[in-house]
Write a protein that binds this ligand. Structure first.
Ligand code: SAH
Ligand code: SF4
Length: 361
């Protein structure tokens, strides 16, 4: 029986490997030597760990096969944003987006294939839920990148790709450890540089809040009152805005509130006033996001003038607000868009317009 080391926390993986090596009568230093090779300085297969004897590599392949994500599509946007569509072993597909900005390289990773929550503006939501990802498949998105080029190691990770991370808590919990520990991915990424984004699955939000590391939290709010939020996000029926706000007041660290601006729906100045009332007591940062296509077809982005006025209004109320630029629009870099586009093209319903992309691998 083989063990998936890549789905274990570094401690659990070290224990499993140590036991196996001891049974084979290998020298104790081998644990340390091998341990670095799947997260810290990752090899794609044990055969690549040429500092090991042949017989050990063959035995490792049988006992602890290192499984991969296969790159199906790679696109580079005119603004430098890169999008990766990975094929999983069962044929599912997930996305990661790499966003360079000055010295930062932020990687947006997926935690589920599809999503069950059906927010009306979201391409992943429209696709529905396919399945949870394992820790190997979540952290693997970063591992694959480092294996392509160690210089590509992201400085920041955001759980803002496909899926709701707090509906796949066990795997996400393990992944946070793998990403953050110094003996984890590429030598570890600081907790303050790892952000989990959620609509607010309250029982698991409490579990996330109990972790001692300073991971960052972003909450997808999108509406400042329950009536409007219910129209945009079905989850509002289960975990309501007042309960969510109470939970955020308990959270000891500063929270970011995410707010996609949808023309004529949630972008009026009165709505901004309501949002300010929620954000100010939390001292939250409000991230205003232009709507990307891919959600319900009748939704339109707010005009630039509306977005600027909305941002200004929040600031007048003393709320820290940032209007984000759209990144990678030409490569459909919002969550779920690429998979929808590629599958649509395969079914002949829509075309991937290759000429629009700076580069397709
Ligand atoms: N399920 C989690 C994390 C993945 S979605 C969540 O909803 O927070 C990550 C972010 O992408 C969310 O803030 C979501 O609202 C945003 N998003 C989804 N569809 C979008 C679209 N069409 N345009 C802009 N942002 C979108
Ligand atoms: Fe799921 Fe997040 Fe998309 Fe909503 S916005 S459908 S929670 S991935």
């Amino acid at each position: 029986m083989s063990i998936d080391l890549l789905s274990l926390t570094p401690d659990a993986a070290r224990a499993a490997l140590g036991q196996w090596l001891a049974q084979r009568g290998e020298a104790p230093y081998r644990v340390r030597q091998l341990f670095r090779r799947w997260w810290q300085r990752p090899v794609a297969r044990w055969a690549e760990a040429t500092d090991l004897p042949d017989s050990l590599r063959t035995a490792l392949d049988a006992a602890f096969p290192l499984r991969r994500l296969m790159l199906r599509t790679h696109q580079v946007s005119r603004d430098g944003t890169e999008k990766f569509l990975w094929a999983l072993e069962d044929g599912e597909a997930i996305e990661s987006v790499l966003i360079p900005e000055g010295k930062r390289r932020t990687l947006c990773i997926s935690s589920q294939a599809g999503c069950a929550l059906g927010c009306i503006f979201c391409a992943t939501g429209r696709m529905g839920f396919r399945r949870n990802l394992s820790a190997r498949e979540i952290a693997g998105q970063v591992r694959e990148l480092i294996m392509r080029d160690p210089a590509l190691k992201p400085t920041n990770i955001v759980f803002m790709g496909m899926g709701e991370p707090l509906l796949n808590w066990d795997a996400v919990d393990t992944t946070l450890t793998i990403l953050n520990q110094p003996d984890g991915l590429g030598g570890g990424i600081g907790a303050r540089h790892i952000t989990l984004s959620t609509v607010g699955i309250l029982p698991n939000l409490a579990k996330f809040a109990r972790r001692p590391e300073q991971f960052r939290l972003a909450v997808s709010l999108h509406a400042p009152n329950a009536t409007l939020r219910r129209e945009l996000m079905p989850i509002e029926k289960k975990y309501t805005l007042p309960e969510l706000m109470d939970a955020l007041k308990q959270f000891r660290r500063r929270v970011t509130l995410e707010y996609v601006l949808i023309g004529g729906m949630n972008d009026s100045l009165e709505t901004a006033d309501q949002l300010a009332k929620l954000a100010r007591p939390l001292e939250a940062l409000v991230n205003l996001l232009p709507l990307h296509p891919g959600g319900a077809p009748d939704l339109t982005p707010s005009s630039r003038a509306h977005m600027l006025a909305f941002e200004r209004r929040l600031k007048q109320h003393g709320v820290a607000a940032v209007l984000r630029r759209s990144r990678g629009l030409d490569i459909s870099a919002a969550c779920g868009q690429l998979r929808v586009e590629v599958e649509g093209a395969m079914r002949g319903r829509s075309k991937v317009r290759a000429e629009e992309h700076a580069h397709i691998e």
